[in-house]
Design a protein around this ligand. Structure first.
Ligand code: NOJ
Length: 754
C-alpha cells in the first residue's frame, strides 16, 4: 500500500502557492537552481514566521522510539511530545508501516503538521548486511564501498528511514577500542576516500529522490583517540594532530555533501565535543562552511554535567546550543530548558531559528513537505529488501574485504576433493557473522554460515565434517574431544574462530585482544594432530595473533563478513576468488605495542634492527617494534613483482606535477588483483614528519604472467601539512617515494621540491 499525504493544513497552501509562481523547465540550469533555492527559502521563511518558539524548539528535539536499544535511557513520553508539536525527529523506528503511523500523528495531530524525520543506524547495510565497515575498508574498493552504502540506502529508505547515523569517519589506531570496527581504520588518506564514497552512496546525487538518505558524519571529533582505547574516554591532543589526522575525513564527508554531523561523546582538550564552539562553529561552520545540521550523540548534552563541564542540565543546554548543536538526541534538555534559556537571554531566539531552519531545510530537501509519506510504501519495502542483486553485491564485497594473512606452502586454495574438518564456534554461526550495528539484518536463518557456504559450493555430497569444539566465550572444553575426532579423520582442518558480535562496536573495549574463551586451547589440541591447519577469523578489530600465526598454515581475516559471509569464505577457501584485501589497520604483536600504526615519526633514537649498539634506542626490550601485520598488508594466491620505479623529474616546483611509474607483474600462476600503494616521506620539516604517508593507491587486475605500468601523479598540494605556524602548505626540501604491496614497500625514489 502506498500511503498518501492526508493533510498539511497550514503548509500545503504556502507550498502550492510558491510552486505555482515558479516555472520549472525540465532542463536544469543555474537560473532554475537559483529559483528553486528562492522558493525553498521563501517557504522556510514563511513557515518559521508561523511557528511559535516552542514549535521551533520542537524541531531541535530527537527521541528514540525504543524499537532498538542503542543507548542507556528511554523517555517513553515522546508520543506526548510529538502530539504537542515538540518533537522534530524520531530514531530507532523502522518499517514503512511503523514510520507511517508516527508520521500521521505529526501531520494530522499537530498544529502545523510538520513532518517528522526518521533516523536510524544504517551502518553496513539495512537488511542485506555487508561486511562491517572496517572489513569493507580492507577492500580499498571505493566503487564497491559506494555501492554498499547505495544498497543500504535503497533498503532503509524503503523502510521509511530518511537519515542514517553514518558514515562513522573516526580515525582509529587503538584496537582496544571496540568501535574500530565501524570506521575505515587508521589511515587519513584511505579514510578520506572512503568517507566520500560512503556519503555519496547514502545521499545519491539528488536528495529529493525517495531512495536517498541524509548522511551523518560522526563522531565529531577525535572520538577514535579515546585514551587507552576505553570507550567514551577523554582525548587530549594538539591542534596540529587534530587537524592533520582526525579532522580530514570529516572535511571530506562535508565536501562530498554530508547533510548532518554528529558530535562525539568525548571531551577534547578539556571541552566535551557537544559543547565545543571551536569544533562546531569556528571550524565546522565558519572555516568549512557547513550548512547542514548538527545532532548530538545519545544523551551527550546531559552527559556534559557528568564531564563536570556544565553545573546542571540547563547550563548544558545553553552550552550545547550556543556551541553550535542544532538537535539534541535523547537528553530532552532542549525540550525542557531552551524556552527558559531564551527568556533569560542566555540563548538567542535567532540561534534557535538557525537550528530549526537547518533541520526544516533538510526535511524540505527530502521532499517531506510535498509528501510526508513518500518513504512509507509497504509494497516497495517488500520488493526492495534482500533483492538478489543486493545479495550479490554483499557477497562481492565480502570476498574483497577478506585479507589473507598467511599461506604457507600454498595450503590455500583447498582442493574440492579433500576431506575437510570444519571446526570452531563460528563455523556454523549465522548470528554473529553479520556483526554489530547490523540494523534490520536477519541473523539466524538468513545469513549464510561458513558451513552452509561450503556445502553450497561443494554440493551436499561434499566430505565436510563439522564440530563446534567450544563456545566463543567461556571455559567449557567438553566438546574438544569431538573436534579432535573430527580433525583426525580429515585431510585438512579449517577452524573458524573469533569474537562474538557484541565484543566489538560501542561500549566493547577490551584490554586482552587474544581470541576469547578457550579457542586458543582448542587450536593447540587440533594442532597436535598434525593436519594442515587453516584458521579463518571473524572479529571486529585487530586481534593479537602471534600464536595463531605460528601454528596455522594459512590465516584468513574475514572480519564479520555479513549476510553472504559464509558463501564468500567458501569461495576464498576453494579458490573461486583469489584474495585481494589489504589491512586498513595495523595488527599488533601484543597489546603492549598499542597504539601502533604505520605513519609514526622517527624519534631522535630510532631503533635499527641490524645497526650497531641499540641499547639506548626507542624500542621494547621484550618485543620487536614491528607489528605482526602492517597496514596495507595482504597476500594473494598469486605473487606480484614490483620493478622499474621511476619519476619523471628529480626536482619539482610548487606548480608542477610529479609523474611516478612502476611496473607490476603477476609472477604466479593465477589471475589476481593487487592494490598498488604509494607512500611519501618528507625528510625534514619545520615540524617533525611521519616516516611515510599513504598518498595514492590503485587496485589492478593482472592475469597470470601479465604486467602493467601503473602511473600516479603528485603535486605540492599532496605534500602539504600543518607547518610550525599552523599554515597548511608544503615546504621545500627532500622527499622520498615508496611504492609497493604494503606500508613497508621497499622500492624508493628521491626528489626535491623547490
Ligand atoms: C550512540 C552511538 O555512539 C552513535 O554512533 C549512534 O548513532 C547513536 N548511539 C544512535 O544510536
Amino acid at each position: 500500500m502506498k500511503y498518501k499525504s492526508l493533510k498539511l493544513i497550514f503548509l500545503l497552501p504556502i507550498l502550492m502557492n510558491l510552486i505555482s509562481c515558479t516555472e520549472f523547465p525540465s532542463s536544469k540550469n543555474s537560473t532554475n537552481a537559483t529559483k528553486e533555492t528562492d522558493v525553498k527559502e521563501a517557504f522556510l521563511d514563511s513557515l518559521l514566521n508561523q511557528m511559535t518558539l516552542e514549535e521551533k524548539i520542537g524541531q531541535t528535539v530527537l527521541f528514540s522510539a525504543g524499537w532498538d536499544i542503542t543507548g542507556p535511557t528511554l523517555d517513553t513520553n515522546y508520543i506526548n511530545y510529538l502530539k504537542a508539536g515538540k518533537l522534530g525527529a524520531i530514531f530507532n523506528v523502522h518499517s514503512a508501516k511503523g514510520t507511517f503511523e508516527f508520521q500521521k500523528i505529526a501531520v494530522e495531530n499537530t498544529r502545523l503538521g510538520i513532518p517528522l524525520l526518521f533516523g536510524y543506524d544504517v551502518i553496513h547495510g539495512h537488511k542485506t548486511i555487508f561486511p562491517i565497515s572496517l572489513g569493507e575498508a580492507a577492500s580499498w574498493d571505493l566503487d564497491l564501498i559506494e555501492r554498499s552504502t547505495r544498497v543500504a540506502a535503497e533498503e532503509a529508505t524503503a523502510s521509511g528511514i530518511h537519515w542514517t547515523f553514518a558514515p562513522m569517519v573516526d580515525i582509529a589506531r587503538d584496537p582496544r577500542w571496540g568501535r574500530v570496527s565501524e570506521g575505515a581504520g587508521e589511515d587519513v588518506y584511505l579514510a578520506v576516500k572512503i568517507a566520500q564514497a560512503r556519503v555519496k552512496g547514502f545521499q545519491g546525487d539528488d536528495l529529493s529522490k525517495n531512495n536517498t538518505l541524509l548522511a551523518c558524519a560522526k563522531h565529531y571529533a577525535a572520538y577514535g583517540a579515546a585514551m587507552a582505547g576505553r570507550d567514551y574516554n577523554s582525548v587530549d591532543m594538539s591542534e596540529r594532530e587534530l587537524r592533520a589526522t582526525y579532522l580530514p575525513p570529516f572535511k571530506a564527508a562535508l565536501d562530498a555533501g554530508a547533510a548532518t554531523f554528529m558530535t562525539a561523546f568525548n571531551d577534547l582538550n578539556g571541552v566535551p565535543a557537544t559543547g565545543d564552539k571551536f569544533l562546531l562553529t569556528d571550524i565546522l561552520r565558519e572555516e568549512w562552511g557547513f550548512e547542514g545540521f548538527v545532532v548530538t550523540d545519545y544523551t551527550s548534552v546531559m552527559e556534559m554535567t557528568r564531564h563536570g563541564f556544565s553545573k546542571d542540565e540547563k547550563q548544558a543546554g545553553e552550552q550545547a546550543m550556543n556551541a553550535g548543536v542544532d538537535m539534541d538526541m535523547q537528553s530532552g534538555i532542549f525540550l525542557r530548558e531552551l524556552n527558559a534559556l531564551v527568556a533569560e537571554g542566555k540563548v538567542s531566539e535567532s540561534r534557535i531559528n538557525q537550528a530549526a531552519r537547518a533541520i526544516l531545510d533538510m526535511k524540505y530537501r527530502l521532499g517531506l513537505f510535498e509528501d510526508p509519506y513518500r518513504y512509507c510504501d509497504t509494497i516497495r519495502e517488500k520488493e526492495t529488501h534482500y533483492k538478489a542483486e543486493y545479495l550479490e553485491s554483499a557477497k562481492e564485497m565480502a570476498r574483497k574485504s577478506m585479507v589473507l594473512l598467511k599461506n604457507d606452502r600454498q595450503v590455500l586454495p583447498l582442493s574440492k576433493s579433500k576431506k575437510i574438518a570444519l571446526i570452531g564456534p563460528l563455523a556454523k554461526d549465522d548470528f554473529n557473522i553479520i556483526g554489530s550495528w547490523a540494523a534490520q539484518g536477519d541473523r539466524n536463518g538468513k545469513a549464510i554460515s561458513v558451513f552452509e557456504g561450503i556445502q553450497e559450493l561443494l554440493g551436499k555430497t561434499a566430505d565436510l565434517n563439522y564440530a563446534k569444539g567450544c563456545e566463543i566465550m567461556g571455559t567449557d572444553k567438553s566438546h574438544f574431544s569431538e573436534a579432535i575426532r573430527t580433525a583426525k579423520q580429515a585431510d585438512v582442518v579449517v577452524m573458524v574462530l573469533g569474537e562474538s558480535e557484541n565484543m566489538s562496536g560501542e561500549a566493547a573495549s577490551r584490554t586482552d585482544l587474544n581470541l576469547p574463551g578457550v579457542q586458543k586451547e582448542l587450536i593447540a589440541e587440533i594442532k597436535k594432530i598434525g593436519k594442515p591447519l587453516v584458521i579463518v577469523l571473524m572479529n571486529g578489530r585487530p586481534l593479537t595473533l602471534e600464536y595463531e600465526n605460528s601454528v596455522a598454515d594459512a590465516l584468513v581475516e574475514a572480519w564479520w563478513p555479513g549476510t553472504m559471509g559464509g558463501a564468500a569464505v567458501a569461495d576464498l577457501l576453494f579458490g573461486e576468488y583469489n584474495p585481494s584485501g589489504k589491512l586498513p589497520i595495523t595488527f599488533p604483536r601484543n597489546v603492549g605495542q598499542i597504539p601502533i600504526y604505520y605513519n609514526v615519526k622517527n624519534t631522535g633514537r630510532p631503533y635499527e634492527k641490524d645497526g650497531p649498539e641499540q641499547r639506548f634506542r626507542s624500542r621494547y626490550i621484550d618485543v620487536d617494534n614491528s607489528p605482526l601485520f602492517p597496514f596495507g598488508y595482504g597476500l594473494s594466491y598469486t605473487s606480484f613483482e614490483y620493478s622499474d620505479l621511476s619519476i619523471d623529474k628529480p626536482t619539482l616546483n610548487f606548480e608542477e606535477e610529479l609523474k611516478i611509474e612502476v611496473t607490476v607483474k603477476n609472477t604466479g600462476n593465477q589471475d589476481g588483483e593487487e592494490i598498488v600503494q604509494l607512500y611519501v616521506q618528507d625528510l625534514f620539516g619545520s615540524v617533525t614528519r611521519p616516516l611515510r604517508e599513504l598518498k595514492r593507491f590503485e587496485k589492478i587486475f593482472l592475469k597470470s604472467g601479465e604486467s602493467k605500468v601503473v602511473s600516479f601523479t603528485l603535486s605540492s598540494e599532496d605534500l602539504a601539512f600543518y607547518t610550525l605556524d599552523m599554515s597548511f602548505k608544503a615546504e621545500a626540501g627532500d622527499f622520498k617515494i615508496y611504492v609497493g604491496t604494503n606500508s613497508q614497500a621497499v622500492l624508493e625514489k628521491h626528489f626535491v621540491l623547490n
